[in-house]
Design a protein around this ligand. Structure first.
Ligand code: NBP
Length: 483
C-alpha cells in the first residue's frame, strides 16, 4: 500500500537487494517506510512486487524522500560502500534538519564512519554507522544489527531497529554498541571471525575428504550430526546442505564442480590489517584471509602443481575412521574457540584505543541470531563474560579451559595427521601454535631481543631486576644500564 500523504517513521535510500529487503522488513513489521533509489526503476519494481506487504511511501527525488519522513527524520543508507555512501550522506545532510539521523547500514570501514560522524555532526545532524549482518535473507527476515553513533540517536532508533532485528529467546539481536565507528568496527570483526569459522570448517572437510577418503554426501551426514552438539551453528548447518547438494547439470557433488578459489569483499582483510595495527595476534582470522588469497592465486598454484615441489614422505592415515572423525570435530571446535577468543581480543583492544566502552556480553547476545556466525556456542561466551567481564582471554574462562582439556590431544593429533598427510590446515595448525605460545613459560622473544640489541642497540629488559640494558657487542661486551 502506498500513501503519499502519510509520514514515514523510517526511510531507506538504495533499493538493491539489501535495501529493498530491509525496507520490506520494516514495512512487514508495521512501520511506514519511505523509499528512494537513485534510479527510479528499482523503486517502482519494489512497490510493484511488494507494495502490498505494508505501508511504503516512494519518492523520486531526495527532497521528496526527506519531506516524507516524520521528525526527527531517520534514513538508512543501503548503497554501495565507499564514494556512493559519501554522495548520499551529502545529499541527505543538505536536505535534512538539525537533529535528524542519517544511518549508514552498508559495510563501511570504521575509520570512514568516524570521519563521517564528525562531518555530519558539524552539520547539526546525527550519524549512525550500523553494521548489518545476515545477508539478503537476514535483511528480509531479521538481521543482527550493530549500530554505533551517539547514544541519543539510539534512543530514537532503538525501537524501530528492534522491530526488524532477529530475536532469540525474546531478546532482539540489536543494541547500541558505542560511539562513532564502534558499530562498524564490531561488524568488521564479526566478519573476520566469520572468515575463520568458514576456514576451519573447510579444513575439517578437507581432512575428512582427502585424509579419511570420505565422499561429500557422507561428510554432509557428519556435519549434520555435529550440528546437534557443541558446534551447533548456522555455518555448520549450511555446510551440510552444500556438501549434500548435487550439481543439477552433471549429478556430481556440487562441491567438486565449484572452482576452488574463494572470493572476498574486504572485511576479513580489514580485520587482519586492524589486528596488525593494534598489535593483537588474530592469527586465525589472518590465516583465513591468506588462505582465501592463496586459493585465488591460480597461476602460482598451477605452476606449483606442474612443477617439482617435493611432497616429502607422505604417511597414510593409520587410525580408526570413527576416531579420526571425532578428533577432527574436536580440532575444529578448538580452532574455532581460538578464533573467537582472538576476535574478542581485537574488539577489546579497539574499544580501548578508540574509547568506545564496548561490552563483549552485548556482542555474544546479539550475534546469537540473524547473523552468519550465529551459534549455540555464543551462549557460552555470554556466560563467560557474565562470570568475569574482565577475562584476560576468552579461552581462560573456566568452562572453556575445561573444554580445552578434552580438545587438546585430538587437536594435536589432527595437526600431526594433516602434516603427515601433506594436507593444508593453516588455521588448525597456527591456532595450536598460538595456544602453545600463550601458555609457554618462555618464548624465543628473549633471543629476538638479544638479536635486536646486537644489530641495532635496541636494548632489553632483564628478568632479575628493573631497568633497560644494552651489551657493548662490538666492544668488550660489558653490560650497561640505559635507564
Ligand atoms: P550494492 O552494494 O550492489 O549497491 C547498489 C546500490 O547502490 C543501488 O541502489 C545503487 O543505485 C546505489 N548507488 C550506487 Br552503486 N552509486 C550511487 C550513488 N552515487 N548515489 C546513490 N546511489 C548509488 O547493493 P547491496 O548488495 O544491496 O548492498 C548495499 C550495502 O549493504 C553495501 O554497502 C553492502 O556492502 C552492504 N551489505 C551487503 C550484504 C549482502 O549480502 N549483499 C550484506 C551486508 C551488508 P542505482 O540503482 O541507481 O544504481
Amino acid at each position: 500500500m502506498t500513501d503519499k500523504n502519510e509520514l514515514a517513521q523510517i526511510g531507506v535510500v538504495g533499493l538493491a537487494v539489501m535495501g529493498s529487503n530491509l525496507a520490506r522488513n520494516f514495512a512487514r513489521n508495521g512501520n511506514t517506510v519511505a523509499v528512494y533509489n537513485r534510479s527510479p526503476e528499482k523503486t517502482h519494481a519494489l512497490i510493484e512486487a511488494h507494495g502490498e506487504e505494508g505501508n511504503f511511501v516512494p519518492s523520486e527525488t531526495i527532497e521528496d524522500f526527506v519531506a516524507s519522513l516524520e521528525r526527527p527524520r531517520k534514513a538508512i543508507i543501503m548503497v554501495k560502500a565507499g564514494k556512493a555512501t559519501d554522495a548520499v550522506i551529502d545529499q541527505l545532510a543538505e536536505a535534512m534538519d538539525e537533529g535528524d539521523v542519517i544511518i549508514d547500514g552498508g559495510n563501511a570501514l570504521f575509520t570512514d564512519t568516524i570521519r563521517r560522524e564528525k562531518d555530519v555532526a558539524a552539520r547539526g545532524k546525527h550519524f549512525v554507522g550500523a553494521g548489518i549482518s545476515g545477508g539478503e535473507e537476514g535483511a528480509l527476515n531479521g538481521p543482527a544489527i550493530m549500530p554505533g553513533g551517539p547514544k541519543e540517536s539510539w534512543e530514537t532508533l532503538g525501537p524501530i531497529l528492534e522491530s526488524i532485528a532477529a530475536n532469540v529467546d525474546g531478546t532482539p539481536c540489536v543494541t547500541h554498541i558505542g560511539p562513532d565507528g564502534a558499530g562498524h568496527f564490531v561488524k568488521m570483526v564479526h566478519n573476520g571471525i566469520e572468515y575463520a569459522d568458514m576456514q576451519v570448517i573447510g579444513e575439517a572437510y578437507q581432512l575428512l575428504r582427502y585424509g579419511a577418503g570420505m565422499e561429500p554426501a557422507e561428510i554432509a551426514e557428519v556435519f549434520r550430526e555435529w550440528n546437534s552438539g557443541d558446534l551447533d551453528s548456522y555455518l555448520i548447518e549450511i555446510t551440510a546442505e552444500v556438501l549434500a547438494q548435487k550439481d543439477p547439470e552433471t549429478g556430481a557433488p556440487l562441491v567438486d564442480v565449484i572452482v576452488d578459489a574463494a572470493g572476498q569483499k574486504g572485511t576479513g582483510r580489514w580485520t587482519a590489517i586492524n589486528g596488525l595495527e593494534l598489535g593483537v595476534p588474530i592469527t586465525g582470522i589472518a590465516e583465513s584471509v591468506f588462505a582465501r588469497a592463496l586459493s585465488s592465486s591460480t597461476a602460482q598454484r598451477s605452476a606449483a602443481q606442474e612443477g617439482q615441489l617435493p611432497a616429502g614422505t607422505i604417511q597414510e592415515l593409520d587410525v580408526d575412521k570413527a576416531e579420526f572423525i571425532e578428533d577432527v570435530r574436536r580440532a575444529l571446535y578448538a580452532a574455532k574457540l581460538i578464533a573467537y577468543s582472538q576476535g574478542f581480543d581485537e574488539i577489546k583492544a579497539g574499544s580501548e584505543e578508540f574509547g568506545w566502552d564496548v561490552d563483549p556480553r552485548d556482542l555474544a547476545t546479539i550475534w546469537r541470531g540473524g547473523c552468519i556466525i550465529r551459534a549455540k556456542f555464543l551462549d557460552r561466551i555470554r556466560a563467560a563474560y557474565d562470570n568475569n567481564a574482565d577475562l584476560p582471554a576468552l579461552i581462560l574462562d573456566p568452562y572453556f579451559e575445561g573444554e580445552l582439556e578434552d580438545l587438546i590431544d585430538p587437536w594435536r593429533r589432527v595437526v600431526v595427521a594433516a602434516t603427515q598427510l601433506g594436507l593444508p590446515a593453516p588455521v588448525f595448525a597456527s591456532s595450536l601454535s598460538y595456544y602453545d605460545s600463550l601458555r609457554a613459560e618462555r618464548l624465543p622473544a628473549a633471543l629476538i631481543q638479544g638479536q635486536r640489541d646486537f644489530f641495532g642497540a635496541h636494548t632489553f629488559k632483564r628478568t632479575d631486576k628493573p631497568g633497560t640494558f644494552h651489551i657493548e657487542w662490538s666492544g668488550n661486551r660489558s653490560l650497561t644500564q640505559t635507564d
